[in-house]
Design a binder for this molecule. Structure first.
Ligand code: NAD
Ligand code: USQ
Length: 389
């Protein structure tokens, strides 16, 4: 298949592009390098150094003999988006290219507006480009489990059968997201479902949980193929942060009370889920939703697992929660769609995360401890950033 990976320079987009290329697909990546820009803005860096795109592509050609084409541009530029899709003529488009940090979207008005504009407009441009270039193209869009929030009923895969006053309908599952970022994904989902309904597009929305890990079979082949590993309080996700904190001897920062529960998955499962979704496309006119996660854990449990697996002592600290989120709640997610397509999950309970500890150990001198504590509060419309404090 010809597969275009939007956001192909990112934490997940890059390893996904490599995995798809390794599996024999003709792959192109596109990115505007906004993510590298947020690092400059925040004064932080990925713990693991990452190479410029051209070096990455050359390294992959050397290692695998395969070429990945690359496009540089912003999806918010509708002309760029349509020209790129018309040029590459993909069978599937994997869309990772959004601002993805909840805390970043909650810094202040400017960051909330940027996040929703970037994500919603970029996604709309992709939908319009598909309709104009070739409505057969399958859109595989990264959504998030956080679109659902933490409802007191089972979370289905995107759709819910509702009986109300004696009548029944199949409706989009109601959403109650927890940040302006998560809200942008809800808006995307509605726009995509509408496009499948009016234009007969085919789309898969992957409501992904929190990803952990830094290495895949392909990135491990050469240091120049490494993907990012973020630990700062804005872009670092919880399990990755806890691993790095353990290695540094920094307390694991559980935001109180710790009972908040999230779906999670290993980065090796992310890349495999994307392959499965691409190779098994949605039907024409179908808005297919998969909950892309393999296990649920409370943050307390995640901290205890990391502390147990760490070959040393790791302290857990209960920190005042900078977010507004439920601390104790029901959480039962259906996630059989991808398993039915053949996913064989790497479970945290069975996976050795030693590899993550050794990656963190190798680069621990690059850590800026000042970036570890949360600075963005959900309770105010204007959070002080580090530089302003
Ligand atoms: P990332 O920020 O590392 O990668 C996103 C990439 O998209 C970046 O390289 C960025 O430069 C690019 N990008 C952003 N806006 C763009 C635009 N307008 N035009 C072109 N390129 C643009 O994020 P990630 O962690 O790799 O996440 C990828 C996707 O998966 C996101 O959509 C995110 O919401 C979703 N997701 C991530 C996680 C996770 O734990 N990392 C979990 C669930 C869902
Ligand atoms: N948390 C802590 N301590 C920390 C960091 C986080 O207790 O040091 C808690 C948060 O309060 C939250 C949970 O861990 O309850 C998850 O936080 P996170 O920062 O790991 O993840 P989140 O903000 O939800 O966002 C990440 C990705 C995002 C993706 C989402 C999937 O950045 O792109 O959409 O995970 S999900 O959570 O399913 O919505």
């Amino acid at each position: 298949m010809r597969i275009l990976v939007l956001g192909g320079d990112g934490y997940l987009g890059w390893p996904t592009a490599l995995h798809l290329s390794d599996c024999g697909h003709e792959v192109a990546v596109a990115d505007n390098f906004a993510r590298r820009g947020y690092d400059h803005e925040m004064g932080v860096e990925s713990l693991v150094p990452i190479e410029p795109m051209q070096v990455r592509l050359d390294a992959w050609r050397e290692v695998s003999g395969k070429t990945i084409k690359s496009y540089y541009g912003d999806l918010c530029d509708g002309e760029f988006t349509i020209d790129m899709i018309a040029d590459f003529r993909p069978d599937a488009i994997v869309h990772f290219a959004e601002q993805r940090a909840a805390p970043y979207s909650m810094i202040d008005r400017k960051h909330a507006v940027y996040t929703q504009q970037n994500n919603v407009v970029g996604n709309l441009n992709v939908l319009f480009a598909i309709e104009q270039v070739d409505p057969e193209i399958h859109l595989v869009k990264l959504g998030t489990m956080g679109e659902y929030g933490t409802p007191n009923i089972d979370i289905e895969e995107g759709w819910l059968e509702v009986t109300h006053n004696g009548r029944t309908d199949r409706m989009l599952y109601p959403k109650k997201p927890g940040s302006f970022y998560h809200l942008s994904k809800v808006h995307d989902s509605h726009n995509i479902e509408f496009a499948t309904r009016i234009w007969g597009l085919r789309a898969t929305d992957l409501n992904q949980g929190v990803v952990y890990g830094q290495e895949t079979d392909q990135t491990a082949r050469d240091q120049r193929l490494a993907t990012r590993f973020d630990y700062d309080a804005i872009f670092g996700t919880v399990l990755n942060r806890f691993v790095i904190q353990a290695v540094l001897g920094h307390p694991l920062t559980v935001y109180k009370p710790g009972g908040q529960t999230r779906g999670m998955l290993d980065i090796r499962d992310t890349v495999e889920c994307i392959r499965l979704a691409c190779e098994n496309p949605a039907d024409k006119g179908e808005f297919r939703v998969f909950n892309q996660m393999t296990e649920s854990y409370s943050i307390d449990q995640v901290a205890k697992i990391v502390a147990d697996k760490f070959d040393g002592s790791a302290e857990i600290e209960y920190v005042d929660n900078p977010r507004v989120e439920q601390g104790e709640h029901y959480y039962n997610v259906k996630h059989t769609g991808l398993v039915d397509l053949g996913l064989q999950p790497h479970l945290l309970s069975e996976t050795l995360i030693e590899n993550m500890f050794s990656v963190a150990d190798k680069y621990k001198d690059r850590v800026d401890l000042g970036a570890m504590r949360p600075t963005v509060s959900w309770r105010t419309a204007q959070s002080p950033l580090r530089a302003d404090k």
